[in-house]
Structures are given as structure tokens and as C-alpha cells.
Design a protein around this ligand. Structure first.
Ligand code: ZN
Length: 362
């Protein structure tokens, strides 16, 4: 996300070395120059299901951080630094989980795949490529979730809206059509739409929303503006699709057109990220729940999240997936930290879950 950032190559190489050292069958897959996935497999006997453990190697930028972001410090059981919470700690937990499964000498029926993917913070080319490459029957992403189980999250659509007018000299109001004033009508409708949709409530992820984020238009002060553009963010809840959002925007523009025959406007979605939801009856949810209870003595909650995650890409491939990770705070913020005890707990919970789900051979 930060201009001039070096990419994940160095950390990917470090992880690949670790995987090889602990005896994982390791593949480094370069997706774009300097952007790679590292995938390690513990081979089972082929008689059980495959579990994917997924974490991302990228972080957001470090500008404005209050404590030296790249030299982590530990204070009162908290590790501080960029990526501590989002999500090097989750990534380390799944690597150490793999190491202790190998060290235990237990033979599994199904495979455990450990994937360190790139680009989650931007366009998710890592998990997109991974899911075209591997087969899994269930998956866990170890984004930090305070040791609760995220089974649903919001999605979003980023939308361009354009209104068109007629450019003319400021002295010619009978000729000029003001595209900015026309956009005003769109903005009023967007505000009204927000009022309508906030009443729709999903039990886990809350309400959808819509707001304008950016606006530009006009040429110079003495000219009627012939175009105006806004960018809009529409947060979605499970059940809403690209099609329903397109219809919603088309209806909004059509209603303005009905009142104002001069109105010319169009909209298009330039990025769409699906919301996701799975049922907590899925085997992976139940095994994870039981393992977490055994390790921490606390029943994890099944929760929803407002943030979009790579889980949406994995469910699109028909694979039940949850996010489950440590206790932390400050993802993308000026102070970021993670609770180290929860990272240890997470590692043990993942190991139990993997052994249970994939089936340890007696
Ligand atoms: Zn993350």
C-alpha cells in the first residue's frame, strides 16, 4: 500500500528457509516480480481431509508510527511494532504449529498446508493465486480475532459515478448544463439511501452502509462544468451481491432522471469484494471451538467482522474457512501490539485443531 515499499520477497525467503529447515515440503511461487507465496505441506497418508492454514506476509506502511515500527519491543507481555498484530504473530503461530506437528512424530491422515501469502493488504493476489493452485477441505486464516471465531464479514463495492453536463461560458446559462449541480442530486440520494439501508441488520456483521469518498469536477470558474465524478464506497452484508449493488445504483440514477430530463449520469463498480458467511455447524468450526476451550478454558464466540479478509476468496472456492487469531490491537494504526500469551495459546489450539481435523494415525 505504501509507495516505493520493497514487497514481501525478503520475508518470504526467510519463511521458506524456516519451512525447509523443519522438514516441510516447501514451494516458493512468484506471482509478480518480488511478490511470492510460500507454501509448505505436511503430507498425510491420503486418507483424511486437507486443512489449509493461511497468513499474509505483507503489512501496511509505517508512516506516523509512535514507537520504532521495525524494532519490536516487549512490554508487559505485549509485543509492539508494525505487523505484530496484523499479522506476523498469526503467521508465526501457524509455522510453529507445523513445526510441532512434525516434531511430535505423529502421522496424519490428511495434509496440512501452511501458506504465507503476499498482498493481502492490497489486492490479494496471493490468496487468489493460492486457491487456483491447491485443494483444501477447510481453512483457517490467523488474522487477529481476540481468540474468537470469525464466521462472517462485510464486503464492499467501490463505485465510480459520473454526471455529464454541457460546457459553456458563464454568461450563457441557457446553453450550459452544470454537471456539479447534477451531482448534488446524486449526493442527496446517496444520503437518503444510507438512511434506508442502515435498517437492514445482519446478526453478525451489522448493517450495510454507503458514503461518498472523493469528488472532482469543473474546469475553470467562468465555465459551466461539463463533468463531475465521485467515488463511493458501499459496504455490503451477506446476501448482497455485485448484481444487487449495480441495480441499487441504477435505480438511484433512474429516479433522478425521472425528475430531471436533463440529467445524465452513470455508475460502475471498479472493485467488488464479496461479503462472506459460513455456518458454525461446519466441522472446522466445531473442532476449533472445542480445541480453544480445552486450551484456554474459555468458550470462544462465533462472531462477525466489519473488515474484509482473504476468507472471502477461500469461500468462493467452496472451502469452509474461518479467521481465528491472537488478542491484539492497532492493526493499521499508529500503535500496534499483540498479547504474547495469546499467540502461544493460538499455536497450541491450531496444533490440536489440525491433528483432530486431519486425523492423527494411531
Ligand atoms: Zn491482516
Amino acid at each position: 500500500l505504501a509507495a516505493g515499499a520493497p514487497g514481501e520477497a525478503e520475508i518470504s525467503e526467510h519463511i521458506a528457509q524456516f519451512m525447509r529447515r523443519i522438514g516441510l515440503e516447501t514451494k516458493v511461487i512468484e506471482i509478480k516480480p518480488g511478490r511470492m507465496n510460500v507454501v509448505g505441506t505436511i503430507r498425510g497418508s491420503g486418507e483424511g481431509p486437507t486443512l489449509l492454514l493461511n497468513g499474509h506476509t505483507d503489512t501496511v506502511g509505517i508512516e506516523g508510527m509512535e514507537i520504532d515500527p521495525l524494532n519490536p519491543v516487549i512490554k508487559e507481555g505485549q509485543l509492539y511494532g508494525r505487523g505484530s498484530d496484523d499479522m506476523k504473530s498469526g503467521l508465526v503461530a501457524l509455522l510453529v504449529c507445523a513445526e510441532s506437528i512434525i516434531e511430535s512424530g505423529l502421522k496424519l491422515k490428511g495434509d496440512v498446508i501452511v501458506a504465507a501469502v503476499c498482498d493481502e493488504e492490497y489486492t490479494s493476489i496471493g490468496t487468489e493465486a493460492l486457491m487456483n493452485e491447491i485443494h483444501a477441505d477447510a481453512a483457517i486464516i490467523t488474522e487477529s480475532t481476540d481468540l474468537d471465531i470469525v464466521v462472517a464479514h462485510q464486503g464492499y463495492a467501490w463505485i465510480d459515478v459520473e454526471t455529464r453536463g454541457v460546457a459553456a461560458h458563464g454568461s450563457l446559462p441557457e446553453v450550459g448544463i452544470d454537471a456539479i449541480a447534477k451531482m448534488g442530486k446524486v449526493l442527496v440520494r446517496i444520503e437518503r439511501l444510507q438512511e434506508q439501508i442502515k435498517g437492514r441488520k445482519h446478526k453478525l456483521v451489522g448493517s450495510p452502509s454507503i458514503h461518498a469518498s472523493r469528488i472532482e469536477g469543473g474546469r475553470e470558474i467562468s465555465t459551466y462544468p461539463d463533468q463531475c465524478r465521485i467515488q463511493v464506497e458501499r459496504r455490503t452484508i451477506p446476501g448482497e451481491t455485485r448484481g444487487t449493488i449495480e441495480d441499487e445504483m441504477n435505480t438511484l440514477l433512474a429516479l433522478i432522471k425521472k425528475e430531471d430530463s436533463e440529467f445524465k449520469g452513470s455508475s460502475s463498480i471498479f472493485l467488488f469484494r464479496e461479503p462472506m458467511e459460513i455456518t458454525q455447524c461446519e466441522e472446522i468450526c466445531q473442532i476449533l471451538h472445542k480445541s480453544a476451550l480445552e486450551v484456554t478454558g474459555r468458550k470462544p464466540k462465533f462472531i462477525g467482522s466489519g473488515s474484509w479478509m482473504d476468507t472471502a476468496i477461500i469461500t468462493k472456492h467452496g472451502v469452509p474457512v474461518v479467521s481465528f487469531g491472537p488478542i491484539g490491537e492497532g492493526a493499521h494504526a499508529a500503535v500496534e501490539n499483540v498479547d504474547l500469551d495469546s499467540v502461544f495459546d493460538l499455536t497450541t489450539i491450531l496444533e490440536r485443531t489440525a491433528l483432530n481435523y486431519c486425523g492423527a494415525k494411531p
